[in-house]
Design a protein around this ligand. Structure first.
Ligand SMILES: *Cc1c(COP(=O)(O)O)cnc(C)c1O
Length: 395
C-alpha cells in the first residue's frame, strides 16, 4: 500500500520492498562494534599482484579516465577471449561474444533482465548467492531453488530434483561452480547430468564462475559447462576479476557467450552503467595473460587457510564441512548446542570474538539446515589464527 511519508506521497516499489538490510550489514556492524575478528563477508585481506596495482596507477596518470567502449576495452576483451581458449578450449570472438561489465554483479542482473519476462522461472541450486533472488525479482521472474543435498561432509546434485523443477515457464538455469557458500566444485558427472536436462528442456544456462581460479583441493577441477556437447550455444559464462586478483572494489566482470545472447545482455547493461573502470580494464588485460602464475600462489594461501580454519573448528568442537574452492568454509554448529545459526552468529562475537554469517541467509528454502554457518578464509593468516585461538578458548 502506498502511504504518505512526510509531505511526499510515496513508498518503495514492490520490486524492492522488504529487501531491507541484509544479515551481512548486521554482522559487519557487529564486527565493527565489538572488534571481533571478521570472518563474515568475503572481503579479502590478501594481496594483489604488485604489477597490476602499478599498471592501474600508471593508466590513471596517463589519462585513461574517460568512458571505455560500452562493450569494454578491446585489450581486455582480447585477453578474456585468449584466457577462455587457453584454459578451457572455448573459442569466443572478442568482438560480439565478450562483454565487459561492472563486476559479475552487473552481469548477473543484466543477463536476467535480458532473458526473463515477468512470470518466467529461473532455477538455481539452493543455497545460492544472495544476488540471484534479488535479480530475479527485479526481472519480475521467480527464482526456484533445487536443494543441493548434504552428502557426508559435502554437497551433491540431485538430478531428479532438478528435472522435476523444470516447468514450461523455466527459462534459465543459473549455475554457480565453484559454489558460494558451500565451496563445492560440481563434478564432471554432475555437469553432464545437468547439461543433459538443459538440452532436453531447451534451457539457457547462465554460469557464475567467479571462483574459477580458486579450486585448491587435489582432485577437484573447474570445468565450464559450456565445454560439454551442445552447451556452448545455450550458455552465458560470467566471471570477474574481483576474486581472482583480490580486487573486489574494482568491479570488473565479463560475460562470454553466443553473439545474440551477449547482445541481449548488452541491451540491458548499457542502461544500467553503460560502461565503467577504464584504467582497471586496461591493467587487467595484462594481468589476465599471466593469471595462472598468480592464481597458483593464491590457491596455496587459501588451501592453508582452509586447513587452518577447518582444523581449528574441529578442535573447537564444531564440525567443518568440506570446501574445495573459493573463499568460505562452513561448519555445523549443533555440537555447541545451537540449532539456529543466526543465534550462534549473534552470540559468537561476545562468546569468541569472531563474526561469521549464518548460511540460512543463502537459502531460498524455509526448511534449510538452520545450523550451518559460513566463515571466510580470504583473510590474513594471523586473522585466521586469532579466530581459531579464540574459538578454541570459547569451546
Ligand atoms: C562475489 C561474488 C559475485 C560478485 O562478483 P563482483 O565481480 O564483485 O560483482 C558473484 N557471484 C558470486 C558467487 C560471488 O561470490
Amino acid at each position: 500500500m502506498r502511504g504518505a511519508v512526510g509531505s511526499a506521497n510515496w513508498s518503495p516499489a514492490a520490486r524492492v520492498r522488504d529487501m531491507g538490510t541484509s544479515i551481512f550489514t548486521e554482522m559487519t556492524e557487529l564486527a565493527r562494534r565489538t572488534g571481533a575478528v571478521n570472518l563474515g563477508q568475503g572481503v579479502p585481506e590478501l594481496d594483489s599482484p604488485a604489477t597490476l596495482l602499478k599498471d592501474v596507477a600508471d593508466a590513471v596518470l596517463a589519462g585513461s579516465n574517460q568512458y571505455p567502449p560500452a562493450v569494454g576495452c578491446a585489450a581486455l576483451r582480447e585477453a578474456i577471449a585468449a584466457h577462455q581458449l587457453r584454459r578451457y578450449g572455448l573459442d569466443y570472438r572478442p568482438a560480439g561474444e565478450v562483454l565487459v561489465t561492472t563486476g559479475a554483479t552487473e552481469a548477473l542482473a543484466a543477463a536476467l533482465l535480458a532473458l526473463c519476462d515477468p512470470g518466467d522461472e529461473i532455477i538455481a541450486f539452493d543455497p545460492c548467492y544472495d544476488a540471484y533472488a534479488a535479480d530475479a525479482r527485479l526481472a519480475g521472474a521467480r527464482l526456484v531453488g533445487v536443494p543441493l543435498v548434504l552428502d557426508g561432509d559435502g554437497f551433491a546434485l540431485d538430478a531428479d530434483a532438478l528435472r522435476a523443477a523444470v516447468t514450461p515457464r523455466t527459462r534459465v538455469l543459473l549455475l554457480n561452480s565453484p559454489h558460494n557458500p558451500t565451496g563445492k566444485v560440481f563434478t564432471a558427472d554432475e555437469l553432464a547430468a545437468i547439461a543433459e536436462i538443459c538440452r532436453e528442456r531447451s534451457l539457457t544456462v547462465i554460469t557464475d564462475e567467479v571462483y574459477e581460479h580458486l579450486v585448491y583441493s587435489d582432485g577437484a577441477r573447474h570445468l565450464p559447462i559450456a565445454t560439454l556437447p551442445g552447451m556452448r550455444e545455450r550458455t552465458l559464462i560470467i566471471s570477474s576479476a574481483g576474486k581472482t586478483f583480490n580486487v573486489t572494489g574494482w568491479k570488473v566482470g565479463w560475460v562470454c557467450g553466443p553473439a545474440p545472447l551477449v547482445a541481449a545482455v548488452n541491451s540491458a547493461k548499457q542502461f544500467l552503467t553503460y560502461a565503467s573502470g577504464t584504467p582497471y580494464q586496461e591493467a587487467l588485460a595484462r594481468a589476465l595473460d599471466s593469471v595462472e602464475e598468480w592464481a597458483a600462489g593464491l590457491r596455496d594461501t587459501l588451501r592453508q587457510n582452509r586447513d587452518l580454519l577447518s582444523d581449528g573448528l574441529t578442535r573447537a568442537g564444531l564440525r567443518p564441512l568440506r570446501a574445495d574452492a573459493g573463499y568460505f568454509v562452513q561448519a555445523d554448529v549443533r555440537p555447541w548446542g545451537y540449532s539456529d545459526g543466526v543465534q550462534f552468529c549473534r552470540d559468537l562475537p561476545e562468546r569468541a570474538g569472531v563474526v561469521a554469517i549464518p548460511t540460512v541467509a543463502f537459502y531460498l528454502d524455509a526448511d534449510a539446515p538452520a545450523w550451518l554457518v559460513r566463515f571466510s578464509i580470504c583473510k590474513r593468516d594471523d586473522s585466521i589464527r586469532k579466530a581459531v585461538d579464540q574459538l578454541m578458548a570459547a569451546r
